[in-house]
Design a protein around this ligand. Structure first.
Ligand SMILES: Nc1nc2c(ncn2[C@@H]2O[C@H](COP(=O)(O)OP(=O)(O)OP(=O)(O)O)[C@@H](O)[C@H]2O)c(=O)[nH]1
Ligand SMILES: [Mg+2]
Length: 298
C-alpha cells in the first residue's frame, strides 16, 4: 500500500533564508552560483537536486513532491527545459530542481554539463539520485560519479514494483552501507516510499545524517604528483572552488568542457564572489594545463 505523504502548504510569510556556514542544520548550497544557474534561493531553506538516468522516474518523484507548486522554464542561455518546484517539510522550505536525465556527469552533452554544473557549483544541500531498481548495474555509474562530486546525497531506489514483478531482490540496506548514503526504495508512480524519501532528504539537509560516500580510495601513483600540484594551483587561482580534486581529475582526463571553463574564466564566474579575480590570478592557464596534461599522458 502507498505511504501517506504529509507535505504542508507553503506559508505566505517567509522563514529564514538560507545562508552559507557550517553550523548544525545550516544550508550548504551556494546561493550566488545558484542564481547564476537560474535558481533564486531567496525565501528557501534548502535546495534539492533530482538527478538520475533518463526514464527512471525523476519527474514522477518531482510531481509527487511538489504537486502544483512548480514552474518550468529553460536553463539560462540554454534551450534545455528545467522544472523547479517547492514543498515544506518539517517547517523547512525546500526548493526542488529536476535535472536533465543523464547516464554520466562527464559533460559530453549539454544535458550532462547542466547536471554536472548544478551539482558542482550550486552545491545543492541534497542531491536525490533516482535509480531504476531493475537496472541497478547500469544506474550505479551515475551514482558513483555523483558521489565523487557531492557528499550530500540520497539514492531513490525507484521502480521497486517492477523489480518485484521481475522477482528481483535488491538489498537496499547493503547498498546504503556500501555507498555510504541513505537508500530509499520507492515506487513513485504509486506514491510508495515517498514519505521515507522526504525524511531521508530532510535528515541529510539538516545534518542529522552525515553521509560518508564511497569514493575512489586512492588515485594511481603515476598521477598523484600532478594531481596535488594541480589542486594547489586551482585553489589558488579559484578560491572557493568546490571539490578542486574532482575538477583537477577531470582536467587530467582531458575533459574539454572543464579545460574551456578554466581558460575562459567561466569556472571563476560560476563560483560566487570571485569572478574576475580568479581569471587574473591564473597566470598562463594554457601552458599550465598543457603541462599538467602531458605529465600524465606521457
Ligand atoms: N512501474 C513504475 N513506473 C514508474 C515509476 N516511476 C515512474 N514510472 C513511470 O516511468 C516512466 C518515466 O517516468 P518519468 O518520471 O517521466 O521519468 P524521468 O526520469 O523524469 O524521465 P526523463 O525526464 O525522460 O529522463 C513514466 O511512464 C512513469 O509513469 C515506478 O515507481 N513504477
Ligand atoms: Mg523527466
Amino acid at each position: 500500500m502507498a505511504d501517506k505523504i504529509h507535505i504542508e502548504p507553503i506559508p505566505l510569510t517567509t522563514t529564514h533564508s538560507a545562508h552559507g556556514g557550517s553550523c548544525d542544520g545550516c544550508a550548504v548550497h551556494n546561493a550566488g552560483a545558484l542564481l547564476k544557474l537560474g535558481v533564486d534561493m531567496q525565501n528557501w531553506d534548502y535546495v534539492v537536486a533530482l538527478a538520475g538516468n533518463p526514464n527512471t522516474g525523476k519527474s514522477t518523484v518531482f510531481n509527487a513532491l511538489t504537486g502544483l507548486r512548480q514552474h518550468t522554464g529553460n536553463w539560462p542561455g540554454k534551450t534545455v527545459a528545467r522544472a523547479e518546484g517547492g514543498f515544506v517539510y518539517s517547517d523547512k522550505r525546500y526548493k526542488l530542481v529536476d535535472l536533465p536525465g543523464t547516464y554520466s556527469l562527464l559533460a559530453t552533452s549539454l544535458d550532462e554539463e547542466i547536471a554536472r554544473d548544478f551539482i558542482l557549483f550550486g552545491q545543492p544541500d541534497v542531491t536525490i539520485i533516482v535509480v531504476d531498481a531493475t537496472r541497478l548495474e547500469r544506474n550505479l555509474n551515475l551514482v558513483l560519479q555523483t558521489l565523487e562530486i557531492t557528499d550530500r546525497a540520497v539514492v531513490c531506489l525507484n521502480l521497486m514494483d517492477e523489480a518485484r514483478r521481475h522477482k528481483l531482490q535488491v538489498d537496499d540496506r547493503r547498498l546504503a552501507r556500501d555507498l555510504g548514503v541513505p537508500v530509499v526504495p520507492t515506487a513513485a508512480r504509486q506514491g510508495e516510499g515517498l514519505a521515507d524519501l522526504l525524511q531521508a532528504v530532510h535528515e541529510v539537509a539538516t545534518g542529522e545524517v552525515v553521509c560518508k560516500p564511497f569514493r575512489m580510495q586512492k588515485e594511481p601513483k603515476a598521477i598523484k604528483g600532478a594531481l596535488d600540484r594541480l589542486v594547489a594551483q586551482l585553489t589558488t587561482a579559484f578560491p572557493g572552488l568546490p571539490n578542486a580534486r574532482w575538477v583537477a581529475l577531470r582536467l587530467l582526463d582531458g575533459d574539454e568542457s572543464i579545460v574551456q571553463a578554466v581558460r575562459s574564466g567561466e569556472l571563476g564566474q560560476l563560483i560566487s564572489g570571485t569572478p574576475d579575480v580568479a581569471q587574473r590570478q591564473l597566470t598562463h592557464p594554457r601552458t599550465e594545463l598543457v603541462e599538467r596534461k602531458m605529465e600524465v599522458t606521457v
